[in-house]
Design a protein around this ligand. Structure first.
Ligand SMILES: [Zn+2]
Length: 195
C-alpha cells in the first residue's frame, strides 16, 4: 500500500469499473451522531466520498488498484451533516423473527427446514407477536403440534421478545451486518435487545 494512498477517494469514477464490481462488501453509512443509517454498495459509497458527503471512519481490508496506484476502500463512513428521518417501525415478519433467532430452531438448535412456531398455539388464541413467535424446525414443530412447550415437554432456552432498538437498517440486514467484524463495533450498541 503506497504511503500516499488517499482516504478511499477514487481519482475518477471510471477507473477500472470491473474491479469495483468484483468487490463484495458494502459500506456501512453512519449518521453524523454515529447512529447506523444505511448499508450501501461500494460504488455508492465511493460516490458519496467523491461528492464529499461523507468521511471515512474505517477502511476496508480490501484495496482497489488502477494502473497507476492503489487505494484504500471505505468500509464505514459517516455523513458530514445530520440526516433527520423518522424512525421506521419494526414490523414483525417471518424473516425478521428468523433473523432475531439466528436462523436456528429455538427448541433444538437445528438450522435446516425452518418455519415459525406460535409458542402459545394460534388456534387457542396465541397471537402473532414478537413474544409468541419463534424460529422452529419442522420436526420440532410437528412434535409440539398444538400444545404449549410445557405440555409437549419442550423447553425454550430464552423467552422471545421484540428487539429493543430499531435502527434505520432493515432488521434482517442489521443482524447479518453484525457478523462483519469491521462493522460490529458500530452496530452492537444498537442491538442490545438481540441475543
Ligand atoms: Zn428443532
Amino acid at each position: 500500500m503506497p504511503a500516499h494512498a488517499p482516504a478511499g477517494l477514487m481519482s475518477s469514477p471510471n477507473d477500472s469499473a470491473s474491479a469495483l464490481r468484483a468487490m463484495p462488501d458494502g459500506v456501512l453509512v453512519l449518521n453524523f451522531n454515529y447512529e447506523p443509517l444505511n448499508i450501501c454498495n461500494l460504488r455508492r459509497g465511493l460516490i458519496l466520498l467523491y461528492l464529499q458527503k461523507v468521511e471515512v471512519i474505517r477502511h476496508s481490508t480490501h484495496s482497489f488498484s488502477t494502473s497507476d496506484d492503489q487505494y484504500l476502500l471505505p468500509s464505514v463512513v459517516r455523513v458530514r451533516k445530520m440526516v433527520k428521518r423518522p424512525l421506521p417501525r419494526l414490523h414483525i415478519s417471518r424473516r425478521s423473527v428468523m433473523a432475531r433467532d439466528g436462523y436456528c430452531c429455538q427448541y433444538c438448535g437445528s438450522t435446516s427446514e425452518l418455519t415459525l412456531d406460535h409458542v402459545f398455539p394460534r388456534h387457542r388464541g396465541g397471537e402473532t407477536t414478537w413474544e409468541n413467535l419463534v424460529c422452529c424446525c419442522r420436526r420440532c414443530n410437528g412434535k409440539k403440534g398444538s400444545r404449549t412447550p410445557s405440555e409437549a415437554g419442550m423447553r425454550l432456552p430464552r423467552l422471545p421478545r421484540k428487539p429493543t432498538y430499531v435502527p434505520y437498517i432493515p432488521f434482517p440486514r442489521f443482524v447479518a451486518a453484525l457478523q462483519n467484524p469491521e462493522w460490529y463495533d458500530f452496530l452492537a450498541g444498537y442491538g442490545k435487545g438481540l441475543e
